[in-house]
Structure formats: structure tokens, C-alpha cells
Design a protein around this ligand. Sequence first.
Ligand code: NAP
Length: 332
Amino acid sequence: MSLYRNAVWFLSGIHQYTRNGYEAASKDFEPQDLSVSVVGRSFMITGANSGIGRATAMTIAKKGGTVHMVCRNKDKAEEAREDIVNQSGNTEVHVHVVDLSETHKVWEFAEAFKKQHPSLNVLINNAGCMVHKRELNADGLEKNFATNTMGVYILTQTLIPLLQKSRDPRVITVSSGGMLVQKLRVDDLQSEKGHFDGVMVYAQNKRQQVVLTEQWAKANPIIHFSVMHPGWADTPAVSTSMPQFHHMMGERLRSVEQGADTVVWLALSRAAARTRSGQFFQDRRPVAAHLPLAWTRSSAEEVQSFMSQLETLANWVLLGCDLDFSLDAHTW
Ligand SMILES: NC(=O)c1ccc[n+]([C@@H]2O[C@H](COP(=O)([O-])OP(=O)(O)OC[C@H]3O[C@@H](n4cnc5c(N)ncnc54)[C@H](OP(=O)(O)O)[C@@H]3O)[C@@H](O)[C@H]2O)c1
């Protein structure tokens, strides 16, 4: 079955996820969708110093939005900020140094942000990683899971009250089409069992993001949630984590701007806000979150188990530090 899933996925990827795929899809785009000013709206973008996140931050800054860049490396973040400010002429671009793999620090940052800022209109969960060796963070969580799933979960969950107070609030999570080959594995969220394959662990985390988005959308009707696949774009993540794939795809890879296009559309356009919350997008359109006949759908019990395990883990990490923090058990 997984051979079937991988083959179907790769073949559709060659058609759709490449530069050619973007150019074909973009013929149906409405150019006026992005003719909006976002002066007065604020956007938090994780991993905004590089690749898709940086291209997204640049476009939003050029349209007048206030940008909060959440990055783990201060020097890289400041260099990117300077470039964004110089190119956009917008000085409302702010750097926050946070490593999203450090669960407790993510929560501390989000709590402090909530106290310091009266509103946040859009959260873009863009940062992601693919670590090929099984490593643990300071809280004992597997690194890919800590960054791609728990970091997204804690940041979003903690900021939901602030987003709810803000006008036209949106949460966009940058997942990956790679998740299509994975069914949610509720009995092994942190890849403790069997052979550790970084590519598949990453894909499992990206499936977890899709399920999270669907559940958030059900639980929080005021906020517009979406999750998306950027296509295959030429970024440091691809060249360093998947060098053979990067070499093989070469010129067929999308530019970072093409990869960022749907993130920007979901963050800015009125058309995006009119779509049903909780969907998976590719090239400005909601698309199926499952391949045909791939048996990747989860039962309601499996989804419930996933959400409960996340909540328990979050409480365990945060309460373990003697903090009086509890994720609302009734949110789901
Ligand atoms: N490019 C593609 O073809 C493709 C395809 C599918 C999905 N995606 C997704 O697109 C998103 C953006 O990736 P990209 O392709 O634009 O790659 P990228 O240029 O390497 O950007 C990844 C960003 O995430 C940041 N990051 C990684 N781990 C972090 C952590 N623990 N804490 C804070 N920031 C962290 C990186 O920071 P540093 O610069 O400090 O490393 C960088 O800013 C990711 O979620 C990725 O999974 C990309």
C-alpha cells in the first residue's frame, strides 16, 4: 500500500508541484485577489528569515502589514529583517527569537506576546524541519515532532484567545503534500517504534498538522483555519534535508515566491476568507487531503486519541516546570 501511495503521490507531484505545475495552475488565479492593503493588520510568521516564510514576510510588508518574524537564529533574522525593511519601506517588521523545538519556550513567548499586543490578525505556522536522526529536545520530545507538531500546537493554542479578539482572524499552517502518503499513527506520535526514517517522520508530522487544522476549525468558528502545500520550491530546507531530490528536480523546482503564493493568498485575500475553514489548499484551491484508495483516513476515535495525547503531552511538559498551565480540555 505504501508503495502505491508513494507512486501515485510522486506522479501527481511531477505534474502539479513543480514550476510547470504552478504556471499551469496560476492561469486560473484572480489577479485582483491580492490587490489589498493590509495596513493596520498584524501577521506572525514563523521561520520568516528564509525560503517561503521570508518571501511571505516580504510580500506582506510591501502591502503595509505589521510583520512579527519568529525565528530561532538572531543574526539570520536581523539580516532578513533589514532586507525586508529596505525593500518594502515598511519599518513595522519585528524580530522575535524563539526556537520552536523548545516547547516550554514557545509557550513563554506566546504568553508574553499575548500580554504585550492588543491584537494579532494572522498567524502563519511556516517553520518546519526534517531531522534524519532521532534526537530529543530538552523536554524529552522527539525533535521533528517537537518543532513541526508540538511547536505549532502550543503557539496556536496559546494565541487563539488573542486571535479571537482580532478582526478577520486567520491561522495558516504550511504543511506538505508529502503528508498524503501517511495515515495518522496514533500509537506512535513520536516515532519511537521501528526504523527511524526522517522523511516519513516529517510526512507524519505534516499529516498531524492537517488533522490539527481540521479540529481547530471545528472548535473555533470565529477564526479561519487553513493548511496548505507550497509545492516543491527551491529552498535551503530542500537542498540540505533532501539533497538528492533537490539535485534531481533542479530547474523544475518552484521559486520561493511561487511556493509562498498560496500562503500569501490565504493570509490576505477576501476570497480565501470565504472558503470553508479547516481545508487543505494547493495553488489557491482546496484539494483533497487524501489520495484515492490510499486508506489514510482516521476514525473519530483515532483523531480524539491524537488530540488527547497532544494535550496530555503539552500539560506534562508545561506542568513539569511547575507552571499553572492547562489547555482547556473542552476545546476539542
Ligand atoms: N520547499 C518545499 O519544497 C516545501 C515543500 C513542502 C513543504 N514545505 C514546508 O515549507 C515550510 C518552509 O520551509 P522552506 O522550504 O521555506 O525552507 P527554509 O527556507 O529552510 O525555511 C525553514 C524555516 O524554518 C525555520 N526553522 C526550522 N526549525 C526551526 C525551529 N526549531 N525554530 C524556529 N524556526 C525553525 C528555519 O530557520 P533556520 O533558517 O534558522 O534554519 C527557516 O527559517 C516548512 O514547514 C516546510 O516543511 C516546503
